[in-house]
Design a protein around this ligand. Structure first.
Ligand code: ZN
Length: 392
C-alpha cells in the first residue's frame, strides 16, 4: 500500500465514484479523511461516499480554520499517527486539500511540522497515497506540489514532490450547489493563476499550454457560471481551475499572488479577490518591461510575446483595453475590482502592503519589482500620472 508512482486524474462529471473504486483497488482498511463538513453535505459527496466508508475504519479531521494554520496541521498529525491510515482523502476547497497534503506527509517525517513549514528542515519521504477531491473551482491545489501554511501569522509555502496528490478527482457536480459569491471569488483565483502563469519567469512551453487554455475557459465561462450556472459552465470552470493548477505547478505565481497574502490577512478579503485587485495594474506594469528591468532571462521581447498572448485571448489589441476587460470581468461577477474597493484607500495603507511583500516571492514576476516600484504603481499620486501606468 506504500507506493503509488503515477498520479491519476479523473476530470469528468460523476468522477467522485472513482474514490470508492480507488479505495477498493488499493484495499485500504484505514482511511484518514480531511473534510470540510459543510461542503461534504452541500455538494452531495456525503451520500456517495458514506457507503464506501461503512466497513472501514475512518478517522475524520474537520473543524479547521480558513487558510491552513500550524495548530491545525499539528492537531491532524497527532490524530494521524494514532490512526496509522493507509490512504488519505482530502475533500473541500484549497484549505482542506492543503491540510490533507501537509498532515499526510509531515506526519511521516522525523522532524517537526513547524521546522519543515518554516524551512528549517526538509521532507524526506512520502506519506500514504492522497486522493484530492476539490469542491470549488478555484485553487487547483489538487494539481500542485505545494501547500500554504501560516505560522504565527506569517504565510509559508511548502514545496515538495511528495505533496502532489496521487489522485485528483475533479467532479464538477460537486460545485453545483456553490453560491454565486464563492463561484466568483474562487473562479477569479483560477483566472489570475492562469494569467500570472503565462507571464511568469518560471513558465515553460508546457505550463503556457495549460495556462492559456485555462485563461480562455475561465474568461468565457466565469460570468455565466456565477450568474446562470449550467452543468457545462460548471464543468468548464472546474477544467479551468485544474489546468491553472497544472500551470502554476510548473511556473509558480507572481506579484499579484505575492501581494494578495497580506491583503487577505489584514482585510479579510477572500483569496481570489485579493489576487484579482492587482492583476490589471500588474498587467500594465509588466507590459512596460525593458532591457534594463527585465527579470526573465529570455529577455523583454519574450515577455512582450506573453503579454500579447494575454491581450489576444481577451480579444483586444492594446494593453489598456486588456486592463479594462479584466476590471470589467471582476465587476461583472460582483467583486471589488480595485484596492480602494477592498478598503485599502490611503497611501499609508498601500505603503504598508508593499513593504510586507516578500521580495523572494516577487522574483518570478517578469519585470523587476521592489516595494518602491509597487508603491509607485499602486499609490494615488497625481504627480506620477494615471494609476497603473507610472514608471518607477
Ligand atoms: Zn491562488
Amino acid at each position: 500500500m506504500s507506493q503509488v508512482e503515477q498520479r491519476v486524474v479523473h476530470l469528468q462529471d460523476g468522477a467522485l465514484a472513482e474514490v470508492g473504486a480507488i479505495i477498493d483497488r488499493v484495499s485500504a482498511r484505514r482511511l484518514y479523511f480531511v473534510v470540510d463538513e459543510s461542503a461534504y453535505t452541500a455538494s452531495g459527496a456525503a451520500a456517495l461516499l458514506e457507503p464506501h466508508f461503512r466497513d472501514r475504519c475512518v478517522t475524520r479531521f474537520s473543524g479547521f480554520d480558513l487558510n491552513p494554520k500550524l495548530h491545525d496541521v499539528e492537531r491532524g498529525i497527532e490524530q494521524f499517527r494514532e490512526a496509522d491510515p493507509d490512504v488519505v482523502i482530502a475533500l473541500g476547497g484549497g484549505t482542506a486539500i492543503d491540510l490533507g497534503k501537509l498532515i499526510g506527509t509531515l506526519a511521516c517525517q522525523p522532524t517537526s511540522a513547524r521546522d519543515i513549514i518554516i524551512g528549517k528542515s526538509g521532507i524526506q519521504r512520502s506519506g500514504p497515497p492522497l486522493i484530492a477531491v476539490p469542491t470549488t473551482a478555484g485553487t487547483g491545489s489538487e494539481a500542485t506540489h505545494f501547500a500554504v501554511a501560516y505560522v504565527d501569522g506569517v504565510k509559508y509555502s511548502v514545496a515538495h514532490n511528495a505533496l502532489l496528490p496521487d489522485y485528483a478527482i475533479v467532479d464538477s457536480t460537486l460545485t453545483h450547489s456553490l453560491p454565486a459569491s464563492i463561484t466568483a471569488a474562487t473562479g477569479l483565483d483560477a483566472f489570475c493563476q492562469a494569467i500570472e502563469s503565462i507571464w511568469a519567469v518560471g513558465a515553460t512551453d508546457e505550463s503556457l499550454a495549460y495556462a492559456t487554455e485555462s485563461a480562455r475557459l475561465a474568461w468565457k465561462s466565469l460570468v455565466g457560471a456565477t450568474h446562470g450556472p449550467t452543468a457545462e459552465l460548471r464543468q468548464a470552470m472546474c477544467r479551468a481551475s485544474h489546468l491553472a493548477g497544472k500551470a502554476i505547478n510548473i511556473s509558480k505565481t507572481t506579484a499579484s499572488h505575492a501581494l494578495s497574502y497580506s491583503i487577505s490577512s489584514e482585510y479579510g478579503t477572500p483569496h481570489g479577490i485579493a489576487v484579482a485587485v492587482t492583476l490589471s495594474p500588474m498587467l500594465a506594469y509588466n507590459a512596460q518591461v525593458s532591457e534594463t528591468d527585465c527579470a526573465d532571462p529570455r529577455g523583454p521581447e519574450h515577455v512582450l510575446t506573453r503579454i500579447r498572448c494575454i491581450t489576444e485571448l481577451l480579444g483586444v489589441e492594446s494593453v489598456a483595453a486588456a486592463c479594462g476587460k479584466i476590471e470589467n470581468l471582476i465587476s461583472a461577477v460582483g467583486c471589488p475590482n480595485s484596492l480602494d474597493q477592498v478598503g485599502i484607500t490611503s497611501n499609508a495603507a498601500i505603503q504598508r502592503l508593499v513593504t510586507q511583500v516578500d521580495a523572494n516571492r516577487l522574483s518570478n514576476n517578469p519585470r523587476h519589482t521592489t516595494s518602491k516600484s509597487l508603491f509607485a504603481l499602486l499609490s494615488k499620486n497625481p504627480a506620477q500620472g494615471e494609476r497603473g501606468t507610472s514608471v518607477p
